[in-house]
Every structure is written in structure tokens, then in C-alpha cells.
Write a protein that binds this ligand. Structure first.
Ligand code: DGY
Length: 390
């Protein structure tokens, strides 16, 4: 079906390719929350075309949106920005592609670099929001909230019962975090501080800051007469899976993390463990998960992402021990508006020839007077961009 588009500011009469005012043509493949991003692009002399249809654009639709003249694109995580599409952008004069997400597994960054296209993403503004969603899914799974909600709505609640929807107590148990980057660390802090859990984490390298934080937090707990929490790095994922009562997945998706959780590794987990995935669907072998959850009714899962999103493995939808969310990790109004701001700032900065940011904190890009830099360009170093920290 033909997708709907809108344009701002109103289009000039002549095609932009011949526009004597030199305005830049920018394509935004989905309407984004808030208005701040529109102001940023308008102030950067961009003529913007926004796709207002809700369904994802296919490769041929993206290609025709790029057309023969396109300076930059803000796109979505469910579009495949491969060498073909990036080459089309390059041929149309494009200098920058910004993913409206922190994750960028849908973008061939190496191809972009060889085509001299800067790739932006939107980190930090979604850290707490996504971690909070992880906490929400963990408790929804542990306390069987979705099952209970369905039960009540069906008029089946006829009175208090001692054994109705018994779930898992998390206080004092062991939390396993796979991928202790920004979001995984924020989730670990929320869970450990809130529920005095011991942490075991698996990461590509030790997270020294996180470990120090929990040493200090443990000392604080001891000073209050409470048991100190422990934080250890697992040397293998197997070690984490067999020790943890809750396993939360936050790794970036790449060749190494594809099907990181498979049949064999699921079998190492406790029968009544809780597994949540806030990263990308293919980190779990979904067919193996359906099989495992069918055979282990006390094993509970919270999923925000799916292997072949939005499709789901046969049988998954029917399993009562899996709580399902439609990829809502970053879905708070504040975060989504500010992801749009960062995407627009990345794009405008590259088109203005600004350097890439390597200063501390990205929040200063959310205000009215941001640094004259692109807040987050993944391939800045490989492109040989200059850097600024003020
Ligand atoms: C991201 O930014 O990568 C998230 O998955 C979006 O919700």
C-alpha cells in the first residue's frame, strides 16, 4: 500500500535538486514525537519529508524516498540499511544517516564508512527508561501480572485464595546481567539497590566502575546492619546462567551474541528462573525458548523484542509463562522526544560540517544552546572526523 508523506517547511515550487537557496533535503522515515526535532532541522535549512504511515518502509520504498537528491536520513531500527541502500543514499549526495535508536545492528556501518556516510545513534537519553522497562518486565514475569490481569478481566476472580498465582520473591536472590553497558548497569543498580540482590554479570570486559559502586553500596548496607550485596563478573555465560535466579539480557546484537541463549544454555538455568530480554530478539533462539517454556511452566520470561519482529515463533503467544511487550524499551514520552532531538542534532551537525562530540554527557544537546558538534556519530573516528568536547 502506498505510504503517506508530509513535508515541512512547505515545499518551494521548484524541485529541491534545483533549489537555488541551497536548502538540504532530508528524509525522515517515521513521524517522531515532539516538535523540537522539527525546529532543529528547519533551523539547519533542511526541507524535510516525513513518512506518516505506521507500517515499516520496504527497501524499494526507502530507495524511492531517497530519490536523486537527499542529504540525510533519519531512519528506524526496523529498516535494513545495508550496502545497497547506503549506496543509493550516497549516489543521491547523502552525507549522514541517523538511526532513531541506540542500537544499530540494522546498519552496515563498515559500508557506510567506505561510502563516507556518517552514522548517528541516540544513546544515554534512553538508559533509565529502558532499564525501568527491564524492571517492569522482570516483576511482571516474577509476579505473573499478565496472567492475573487476564484472569480478573475474564470475571474469574471469585475471592482471595491462598494459592492463586504464586510467583517468585526476588529480594536477596541472585541477579544475572548479560551485557553490563549503560542500560545493563542502570538495570543492575535498580534491581540490586531496590531488592538487595547479589549481582553476577557477564561482559566483554570488567565493568570496574560498577564493581566499585557495589563495594561502596555493600559497605553502606553493612553500616545499616544489613547484609552487604556481592557483585562478581562471571568468567563464562554458563557460570552466570546456572547461578542466577533472574537473567536479564542487554548485549548488543552481533555475530557473537546471535542465539547466545540457546537450547543448551536454557537447560543450565534454574527451573524457576526468570529471563528477560530488552536487547534484540535474535539474542535468544526463540524456537528453543518456546520449547523450554512449554516443558518448564515455572520458568518465566519477559520479552520486549522478538527474533523476527514483529512475527513470533509458533506457540509463543499461547504460553502463559511469557509476558510480551511490543518493543517498548525506550517508550517514554521524554525519551522518545529526546531521541528525536539527538537524531536531528546529529544530522544537522554533520550537514553543517561540525566536529563529532567526545565531551562528557550528551544531555547538553537537549537544550536550546547545544555545543556545535554532532552528539553521537558511531563511525566518527573511522571517517577521520575532528572531535570537540566543548
Ligand atoms: C534502541 O534504541 O536500540 C531501542 O531498542 C529502541 O527502543
Amino acid at each position: 500500500m502506498k505510504k503517506k508523506w508530509t513535508t515541512f517547511p512547505p515545499k518551494a515550487n521548484q524541485p529541491l535538486a534545483d533549489n537555488p537557496s541551497g536548502s538540504k533535503r532530508v528524509v525522515v522515515t517515521k513521524e517522531l514525537p515532539g516538535n523540537a526535532w522539527k525546529k532543529i532541522l528547519s533551523q539547519a535549512a533542511c526541507q524535510v519529508e516525513v513518512c506518516t504511515s505506521l507500517d515499516a518502509l520496504a527497501a524499494n520504498e526507502l530507495r524511492s524516498a531517497i530519490g536523486t537528491h537527499c542529504d540525510g536520513v533519519i531512519g528506524q531500527l526496523n529498516e535494513v540499511w545495508n550496502n545497497d541502500l547506503l549506496s543509493a543514499l550516497n549516489a543521491a549526495g547523502g552525507k549522514v544517516y541517523c538511526n532513531y535508536a541506540v542500537g544499530f545492528n540494522n546498519v552496515d556501518v563498515a559500508a557506510a564508512t567506505s561510502l563516507r556516510i556518517a552514522i548517528g545513534n541516540t544513546p544515554e537519553v534512553l538508559t533509565e527508561t529502558t532499564a525501568e522497562m527491564g524492571v517492569a518486565l522482570t516483576f511482571a514475569a516474577a509476579r505473573r501480572i499478565a496472567e492475573a490481569d487476564t484472569f480478573v478481566r475474564a470475571g474469574k476472580f471469585t475471592g482471595w485464595q491462598p494459592s492463586l498465582f504464586l510467583g517468585e520473591l526476588l529480594a536477596g536472590k541472585t541477579l544475572g546481567v548479560v551485557g553490563a553497558g549503560r542500560i545493563g548497569s542502570a538495570y543492575a543498580q535498580m534491581m540490586v539497590e531496590g531488592h538487595k540482590m547479589n549481582l553476577i554479570y557477564f561482559n566483554t570486559k570488567p565493568n570496574v566502575a560498577l564493581e566499585k559502586y557495589f563495594v561502596s553500596y555493600g559497605k553502606f548496607l553493612s553500616s545499616q546492619g544489613q547484609t552487604a550485596v556481592r557483585c562478581t563478573m562471571a568468567s563464562t555465560i554458563e557460570e552466570l546462567l546456572s547461578a542466577a535466579d533472574v537473567v536479564a539480557l542487554f548485549p548488543a546484537l552481533n555475530e557473537k551474541t546471535h542465539h547466545l541463549i540457546n537450547r543448551k544454555r536454557l537447560s543450565l538455568m534454574k527451573e524457576n528462573a526468570i529471563l528477560v530480554n530488552l536487547s534484540r530478539g535474535p539474542v535468544i533462539d526463540e524456537a528453543a525458548l518456546v520449547n523450554h517454556c512449554t516443558r518448564h511452566p515455572n520458568f518465566r520470561v519477559g520479552l520486549d523484542v522478538y527474533e523476527n519482529e514483529p512475527a513470533m515463533e509458533k506457540g509463543l503467544r499461547e504460553l502463559p509463562n511469557i509476558v510480551l511487550a511490543p518493543h517498548l524499551g525506550s517508550a517514554t514520552l521524554w525519551t522518545r522526544e529526546n531521541m528525536a532531538v539527538l537524531a536531528a542534532r546529529n544530522l544537522a551537525a554533520v550537514l553543517n560540517g561540525y566536529p563529532a562530540w567526545n565531551g562528557s554527557g550528551i544531555m547538553k544537546f537537549l537544550g536550546e544552546h547545544p555545543p556545535k558538534a554532532a552528539p553521537s556519530i558511531i563511525n566518527a573516528r573511522d571517517l577521520g572526523m575532528t572531535f570537540s568536547h566543548q
